[in-house]
Design a protein around this ligand. Structure first.
Ligand SMILES: Cc1ncc(COP(=O)(O)O)c(C=O)c1O
Length: 413
């Protein structure tokens, strides 16, 4: 099946009731038919569900669908994008290890790496990952993984995934790619050499701003029997390629407790059904809005990799089938104008989310990035006038009209 069909039918064909949508198994635990039966499930000798923190049938259906959409070998759905990233990094590192990460990534991920993981002795070296040479130079014997985003949120940079995957391969470590902004509708990182894909499914995959969630997909590219990960290497003796996900599910994910609520897994499955159609509309509208802003005399700058003259457009064409996604940033020159613009909008909403059907805007330096100082923010590509726009799937003329009147007010006042 092709992508749009897989996102509706993939990995789940219904149960004995004939229900056409995936039932919500709103339960904490699953009763064993016999004491021995439950013991066998615990021991991994028999298949079955035990406890929703480890696995749940509604969540399994979501995992099966994401798995086929990413063409991976296994998937674990999590309670949030941050839970997915935390589980992966905690599964692959220990005290004294390092990771190399892109500078332009989501502020919450930077905070996890810089503020939280550093307390446990895991150091992150941040580099400009759009330049693969910088990634290569930062990798050393202590590096256990490389972490990048497909399109940096909010730097809007596009790293060269195949080139960085070669660097990871040479070092014998996995490349972890956060594909939240692209989704499998635009880009499948595994096809370009990535080893692990993570998502915040709260965004475009959910698509309607109704639930927080995340996912980890093993693409099958990394050989766990060879890497520097002792516990996973040992597990690979019995489990082969599934060793990493087995270790996550049965140790890290289980211990950290970042499982999704079954209802939220249902909402993600519902969102997935229209992902392909929505992503092309998001990209279309974002492309048109970027062109409009670029041509506006009062707009100082626009950053959208889908624009032909953007420095990353070549990679958008090569890797993303020409679709630039739904996210863009622009500036009117200063913070005051950015605030006035946001306050004057009538259709677009001012929220810290992205990937909703609705157009969303936010002034980043005063919100998601407020805890970083000005120099750090500049390094991450977050200037004082930057407005991030998650372009929705409304009629473009309505989005344009709203921006037109709000820019006019911001400039006039
Ligand atoms: C690229 C990216 N990754 C991860 C996250 C974290 O996801 P969540 O909010 O679902 O924890 C976000 C959230 O904005 C994001 O934009």
């Amino acid at each position: 099946m092709e992508f749009d069909s897989l996102s509706i039918h993939g990995g789940y064909r219904g149960d004995e009731t004939g229900a056409t949508s995936v039932p919500i198994h709103q339960t904490v635990s699953f009763a064993g038919k016999t004491a021995q039966g439950l013991a066998d499930v615990f021991a991994g000798k028999a298949p079955g569900y035990i406890y929703t923190r480890v696995a749940n049938p509604t969540t399994s259906a979501l995992e099966a669908r994401l798995l086929v959409l990413e063409d991976g070998i296994g998937c674990i759905a999590t309670s949030s994008g941050m839970a997915a990233i935390s589980a992966v990094v905690m599964g692959l590192t220990r005290n004294g290890d390092e990771l190399v990460a892109s500078k332009g990534i989501f502020g919450g991920t930077v905070s996890l790496f810089e503020n939280t993981l550093s307390r446990f002795g895991v150091k992150t070296v941040f580099v400009d990952a759009a330049d693969a040479d910088q990634v290569e130079k930062a990798v050393n014997k202590k590096t256990k993984l490389i972490f990048i985003e497909t399109i940096g949120n909010p730097k809007m940079d596009v790293p060269d995934v195949p080139a960085i995957s070669e660097i990871a391969k040479k070092a014998g470590i996995p490349l972890v790619v956060d594909s939240t902004v692209t989704t499998p509708a635009i880009f499948r990182p595994g096809d370009f050499g990535a080893d692990i894909v993570v998502h915040s499914t709260s965004k475009f995959i959910n698509g309607h701003g109704t639930a927080i969630g995340g996912a980890v997909i093993d693409t099958g590219n990394y050989n766990w029997s060879k890497g520097p990960f002792e516990e996973i290497k040992k597990a690979s003796e019995n489990l082969g390629r599934l060793a990493f996900l087995w270790y996550l599910r049965n140790v890290i994910y289980r211990d950290l407790g970042g499982c999704p609520a079954p209802m939220n897994s249902f909402l993600m499955l519902q969102g997935l059904e229209t992902l392909g159609a929505r992503m092309s509309r998001h990209s279309d509208n974002a492309g048109k809005l970027a062109e409009y802003l670029k041509g506006h005399a009062k707009v100082k700058w626009v950053n959208y990799p889908g624009l032909k003259d953007n420095e990353f457009n070549g990679r958008v064409v090569k890797f993303f089938k020409g679709q630039g996604g739904g996210l863009l940033t622009f500036g009117l020159g200063d913070k005051e104008k950015a605030f006035k613009f946001i306050d004057s909008l009538k259709l677009a909403r001012n929220v810290a989310n992205l990937g909703d059907a609705k157009t969303l805007v936010i002034h980043l330096s005063s919100t998601i990035f407020h805890e970083f100082d000005a120099a750090q923010r500049a390094d991450m590509g977050v200037g004082e006038d930057l407005v991030r726009v998650s372009v929705g799937i409304e009629d473009f003329e309505d989005i344009k009209k709203d921006f037109e009147q709000a820019i006019k007010k911001a400039i006039e006042d």
